[in-house]
Each structure stands twice: as C-alpha cells, then as structure tokens.
Ligand binder design. Structure first.
Ligand code: HEC
Ligand code: HEC
Ligand code: HEC
Length: 414
C-alpha cells in the first residue's frame, strides 16, 4: 500500500513538473548550451550597442561595405524560429543560412570544428530563449560583395577546413584548450592576419592582425613569453581584464567581458596551457630607466608631465584598478609598438566589466604630442621598461596617426 501511494505521488509530481515546463529542451542541455554560447561569444556579435542580447543589428565595417548581424532569437518571423537542428548546423559549420550563404563575419570558418553534440546543445539553448521580433538594418555592401551566391566561390577557394592541430603526446588539458581557442573561442578570427579577400592566412595563424585601430597581438607561445606573459598573469587578464602585464582593451575587453570571464577555472587553465604550450618563462626585461632617461630626455620629460600622474613616476602604476604599470607592460615589451602608440594618440574609454570591476579610462594625447614627441616618449618607455631593440621613428607614429584618423578613431572619445 505504502509503495502504491509513493508511486502515485511520484506520478503526480512528475505530471506537475511537466506542466510547468513547456519547453521541449531539457534544462541541463540548455544550461550546457548557455555555457557554450558564452565560450563562443555569440552575444558580442549578435547584439547592437545597448540592444537586447541576440537580436542582432551590430554593424561590421568590412572593406566591402557595412554588414549587420542577424536576429538569432527563436522568433519565427525575424529570427531563427523556423530553423531545424540541420539548418542550425549548416549555418554554424558551413556558413549556409536558410536565405543563402552567410558572410564570413559569422565565424563558421572556426565553428566548423564544433562537434555535433555541442552544436545540439547550442541549438537547444537558443530555441528556448524568449523570441524577440526585430529586423536589423539592411546591409550596405557594394557590388559584387552584395551578391550572396558569390560567397560560394569564396568558400570554395578560401574556406580551409583543416582539422585541429594534432594532439600528439599532448595532455587532455592542452587538447581542451586547443578546441576552445581554435573552434568555439575563434581567437584566430581576430589574431590571424587576413589576405586581400579577407580570409585568414592559415600559415600565419595567431601571428597578429590590426583590427579597428588596435593590434590584436601575436599570441603564439614565443611571442606571449616575449611580452612577459605567464600563466598567472594570463589568468588575471582572462578572468578580470586587468593584470600586471596589461589590460584588455578594444575588442579584447569585450571578449573577456562576455566570454572568457564566464568560463570555468579548468577551461581558463586549458586555454592558457594551450597558448603557452611548452614554452619557457623568459627572463626579465633588458630595460634600464637611468640609461633611457639620458638617451631620451624629452621622452622622459613628457612621461613625467603627461603620464606619471596615473602610471606613476617610475611607471609602476598606482593600483591595478586605477591604471596599469608601464614597467614590464606587455604592450611596451612587445616587438610591435602599435598598441603603445595607438593608446597614447587615441586614449581609452571608461569601461565596466561588472558591478565591482570598472576602469576609468585614459585621455588621448593626439593634440598635445606631435609625431616626434610621441616617438621619443615611446622610445623612452621601451628603453626603460621594455625589451625591444628597434627604435620607433617619427614616420612610424605618423603612419599610425594617419590610419587612426582615416577611420575616425582619434576623436571617438570627445
Ligand atoms: C564575430 C561575429 C560573430 C560571432 C562571434 C557569432 N556570429 Fe553568428 N553571425 C554573425 C553575422 C555577421 C551574421 C550574419 C551573416 C550574414 O548575414 O551573412 C551571423 C549569422 C548567424 C546565423 C544565421 C542566422 C540567419 O539569419 O540565417 C546563425 C544561426 C548564427 N549566426 C549563430 C551564431 C551562434 C550560435 C554564435 C555563437 C556560437 C554566433 N553566431 C557567433 C556574426 C557572428
Ligand atoms: C588619467 C589617467 C591616465 C593618464 C594621464 C594616462 N593614462 Fe595610460 N592608462 C590609464 C588607464 C586607466 C589605462 C587602462 C585603461 C583600460 O584598460 O581600459 C591606461 C592604459 C595605458 C596603456 C595600455 C596598457 C595596457 O596595459 O593595456 C598604455 C601603453 C598607456 N596607458 C600609456 C600612457 C602614456 C604613455 C601616457 C602619457 C602620455 C598615459 N598613459 C597617460 C590611465 C591614464
Ligand atoms: C573580436 C576580436 C578578438 C577575439 C575574438 C580575440 N581577441 Fe585577443 N585581442 C584582440 C585585440 C584587439 C587585442 C589587443 C588589445 C589588448 O591588448 O587588449 C587582443 C589582445 C590579446 C592578448 C594580449 C592582451 C594584452 O592586453 O596585451 C591576449 C593574450 C589575447 N588577446 C588572447 C586571446 C584569446 C585566447 C582569444 C580567444 C579566446 C582571443 N584573444 C580572442 C582581439 C580579439
């Protein structure tokens, strides 16, 4: 009798749970999908500034005109509500939308490496989101880029479906990192140089790429070490956006905010294990502040006048939440001075990672400092706290200033 009542109760509660949960997707699957969507950073591209998540409408400025991301909420009229799992898989892995080929601004060129199981979880997650009716602005692309069928040729020539680098003798942690970095995290989409047709150069994977007026730096192991990165500093950067070696700025801020800072500790470790690979910790910098101050007198004077209030007279920063140190900063240590020059000219906007983690930003100095003075300042910093040997010239600064001006990045903060 007791058993019977128990079974009856079970039936009742079971029926009750089913009535409360109309979505066909199991909550655990949707939960996994939500995590994978964070690892894939779908929200960064499928959300316009101040827009609702996943409704699209974010503009992408390509050499061929402006393209807008689409609505990926399950609205039947304006979103992906009519997508089957097969349609979703085709969009994610082959760049085939239900209305034609997708532009490779959608990173199917990395997502093709996502296995069926993860695609299904992502599909489950998106299909149980609240549908939002919203039509993004019309694309403004010029001929022949406005013809979607042309993308078939592009895919045929440039879509390089190489398998993941082989894991010979690598740890499971490295292999997980390999997957997260190359497939879901699509790090190469920003960090790999592109050719004339906007395709990633597969033989220069992760070698660095200029993107919206920032250098998405070389993140191959030797280069990361050269910039002074180790596991501890990378962990800080990926989880909080700030570290002793520098802070995440531009698009990288968004990657940390929406994607990396939501990953589990073990996944962050896996990414770091993959990125640093077997490389050795490199020794300290060869910089020498006394010698540098002698050699670049004007540069030292400008640092004290314009920068020391926030970054400290000796370049050690104040506190990390206020302004990062310049002494051994990755940007200052790096081979390529692009970001150091760009940040001095354009400054940085105030940004908020979450409720308790925000940064005040930095003014741009493109009016106060001419090309010669910026070069002197950067040379002083690199000689004092970096490890680069090749000095920066006035012409280097002039060229970066020209590029930033051309794309309206210099006055963006005023
Ligand atoms: C780097 C930017 C970027 C990221 C990251 C990104 N997308 Fe997209 N996605 C786009 C753009 C742009 C389009 C529209 C392309 C077009 O219209 O040809 C698109 C189109 C799509 C489509 C086709 C929709 C339609 O209207 O037919 C789907 C589905 C999709 N994305 C899903 C995802 C999912 C899921 C993720 C995360 C795992 C993701 N996207 C991440 C940029 C991105
Ligand atoms: C008002 C305070 C302030 C002043 C003045 C200032 N900075 Fe900054 N600087 C910051 C802050 C804050 C950041 C980090 C902002 C962020 O990450 O969003 C930063 C970032 C940087 C970075 C990027 C480093 C990194 O770790 O990402 C460099 C390089 C830099 N500053 C150099 C300079 C130089 C050179 C000057 C003088 C010409 C200067 N700054 C003046 C506040 C300041
Ligand atoms: C949407 C473009 C974009 C994507 C995707 C992206 N990055 Fe970046 N990344 C940048 C840019 C731009 C910079 C340079 C600005 C900076 O230094 O923060 C950068 C800088 C970095 C740096 C140096 C940080 C510093 O502050 O010097 C590391 C390390 C890095 N990225 C790792 C990654 C990893 C790992 C991934 C994939 C999980 C990734 N990035 C994905 C754009 C991107």
């Amino acid at each position: 009798m007791g058993k019977f009542i128990f079974a009856f109760l079970l039936l009742l509660t079971g029926a009750h749970a089913a009535a409360q949960q109309p979505a066909p997707v199991k909550p655990s699957a949707a939960e996994k999908g939500r995590y994978l969507a964070a690892a894939g950073d779908c929200v960064a591209c499928h959300t316009a500034t101040n827009g609702r998540p996943y409704i699209g409408g974010r503009p992408f400025h390509t050499p061929f005109g402006i393209l807008y991301s689409t609505n990926i909420t399950p609205d039947k009229k304006t979103g992906i509500g009519n997508y089957t799992l097969e349609d979703f898989t085709a969009a994610m892995r082959r760049g085939k939308g239900t209305h034609g080929n997708l532009y490779p601004a959608m990173p199917y060129t990395s997502y093709y490496l996502i296995p069926d199981e993860d695609i299904a979880s992502l599909y489950g997650y998106f299909m149980q989101l609240p549908p939002v009716e919203y039509v993004p602005p019309e694309n403004d692309l010029f001929f022949p880029a406005n013809l979607r069928f042309g993308l078939g040729f592009w895919n045929w020539i440039f879509f390089d479906k190489a398998p993941l680098p082989p894991p010979e003798g690598k740890s499971p942690e490295w292999q997980r990192g390999n997957y997260l970095v190359n497939a879901l995290g699509h790090c190469g989409e920003c960090h790999t140089p592109r050719n004339f047709a906007f395709a990633m150069k597969s033989d220069e994977k992760f070698a660095g790429n200029i993107l919206e007026g920032w250098d998405a730096v070389d993140i191959r192991p030797a280069s990361l070490r050269r910039q002074g990165w180790n596991s501890e500093q990378l962990r800080l950067l990926f989880t909080t956006g700030a570290s002793e070696r520098g802070t995440a700025v531009g698009e990288m801020f968004s990657v940390v905010k929406h994607s990396l800072s939501h990953l589990s500790e073990s996944d962050v470790n896996a990414i770091i294990t993959y990125l640093l690979d077997d490389s050795e910790n490199t020794s300290e910098t060869i910089g020498n502040p006394q010698v540098a101050a002698e050699q670049f007198k004007q540069g030292r004077a400008d640092f004290v006048a314009y920068c020391a209030a926030c970054h400290g007279r000796e370049g050690r920063g104040i506190t990390l939440s206020f302004a990062p140190p310049m002494d051994r900063n990755a940007a200052v240590r790096g081979e390529n001075p692009y970001n150091t020059i760009a940040v001095i000219l354009r400054g940085l906007p105030a940004q908020r990672m979450d409720r308790t983690n925000a940064r005040a930003g930095m003014p741009g100095f493109h009016r106060e400092l001419d090309d010669t003075r910026v070069a002197g300042l950067v040379n002083f910093m690199r000689a004092a706290w970096g490890s680069a040997e090749k000095p920066v010239t006035r012409e280097d600064v002039a060229e970066i200033r020209r590029q930033l001006r051309e794309h309206d990045y210099l006055d963006a903060m005023e």
